[in-house]
Design a protein. Structure first.
Length: 111
């Protein structure tokens, strides 16, 4: 059974896998996170998080055939499970509930 509590990096990785769809493998997930967060996560942090999310039942993975270049390696592609999609929706509802009633609107940053 998946835990209902997700850390920030776990949620960010789930969202990246969701965005990337069929192209969700470790290095593209890392690149997506860097682009969206402005933070360069280590390869180890991303792969450890992907593995942990798979162990929690929020992701599944499969290895591809080796790449068609000399010495080509296979890639491990990830996909959301139903539990992963529910965890993302739960996190969205939780964030909305926390922000509800704050009364602050955010717009473009002012210099």
């Amino acid at each position: 059974m998946a835990s209902s509590k997700l850390g920030t990096l776990e949620l960010s990785v789930l969202l990246a896998v969701s965005r990337l769809g069929d192209e969700a493998y470790g290095l593209l997930v890392r690149r997506d996170l860097a682009t969206r967060t402005g933070r360069d996560y280590s390869v180890g942090a991303v792969y450890t998080t992907l593995q942990r999310l798979e162990e929690k039942g929020l992701l599944t993975s499969h290895a591809t055939d080796p790449l068609p270049v000399r010495g080509g390696r296979s890639r491990r592609h990830f996909a959301l499970t139903g539990a992963g999609a529910r965890a993302m929706r739960d996190a969205e509802r939780h964030a909305a509930a926390i922000w509800s009633g704050v009364g602050i609107t955010f717009g473009p940053e002012r210099a």
